[in-house]
Write a protein that binds this ligand. Structure first.
Ligand code: KIV
Ligand code: NA
Length: 265
């Protein structure tokens, strides 16, 4: 099986082929997602919520991320594999970020993801120059939930929207190849996507015009007992199997039918 490369993802971005991404935490689901046609697997620190039962992602450690990355890497061959850098593992210095990113890459990650805007640009550049592809994450950044005052839509005021545009540009210039836009008004996500020249935008609650979409696996299969966010669609509705549900997610992302207006801010 041929593995998806950063070059392939760049070609998809350029051709307007939507990138279908899902979170994944273990080998069995990694294999299932691969067979269902998922392009990118994210070992998200959302595992704190959906696997560990935590109320935030803050207690997740580097060791947890290493363990789940190795599990997913053993279960799949084709998908591009991104691992979240957990809270506190990249904030002290770019050297700390590089050391911990190297540990995640050694566990099987192809790219690391970190939360934050322009203030993270220097760290992003440091990693990219040293061979570590980086996915940024702006908008609602769950590791900052206590600073933000809850899980809410970001970029609603003109001032915060401008701030987000500046952040995206700084991250692109620093070399981030991808950025997750979480809980961002669709209009802003569309404008951001059009204004960037190399960085691929992956939306979650950011409308249909981003270069790709991501959801948390447990949310889109309807297994997470917590509150269901507006941007989540349960793909098990009407599906004959878990693999069929994941395949219908991939199809809906590719043909632009997900997300619909009811999933959008
Ligand atoms: O941890 C996670 O699942 C994420 C996605 C929501 C993008 O960061
Ligand atoms: Na995350």
């Amino acid at each position: 099986i041929k593995s998806v490369t950063l070059h392939d993802l760049g070609k998809m971005r350029a051709a307007g082929e939507k990138i279908a991404m899902l979170t994944c935490y273990d080998a069995s689901f990694a294999s299932l997602c691969e067979h269902a046609g998922v392009d990118v697997l994210l070992v998200g620190d959302s595992l704190g919520n959906v696997l560990q039962g935590q109320t935030s992602t803050l207690p997740v450690t580097l060791e947890h991320m290493v363990y789940h990355t190795a599990c997913v890497a053993r279960g799949s061959k084709r998908p591009w594999l991104i691992t979240d850098m957990p809270f506190g593992s990249y904030h002290e210095s770019r050297e700390q970020a590089m050391r911990n990113a190297a540990t995640l890459m050694a566990a099987g990650a192809h790219m690391v993801k970190l939360e934050g805007g322009a203030f993270m640009a220097e760290t992003v550049r440091f990693l990219v120059e040293r061979g570590v592809p980086v996915c940024a994450h702006i908008g609602l950044t769950p590791q900052s939930v206590f600073q933000l005052g809850g899980y809410r839509v970001q970029g609603k005021t003109e001032e915060s929207a401008q701030h987000m545009r500046d952040d995206a540009l700084a991250l692109e210039q620093a070399g981030a190849a991808m950025v997750v836009l979480e809980m961002v008004p669709a209009q802003l996500a569309t404008a951001l996507t059009q204004s960037l020249t190399t960085m691929a935008t992956i939306g979650i609650g950011a409308g249909k015009d981003t270069h790709g979409q991501v959801l948390v696996l447990h949310d889109m299969l309807g297994v997470y007992p917590g509150r269901k966010a507006r941007f989540v669609r349960n793909f098990m509705d009407g599906a004959a199997s878990i693999e069929a549900a994941v395949a219908s997610y991939v199809a809906a992302v590719k043909d632009g039918s997900f997300p619909a207006v009811e999933h959008t801010y």
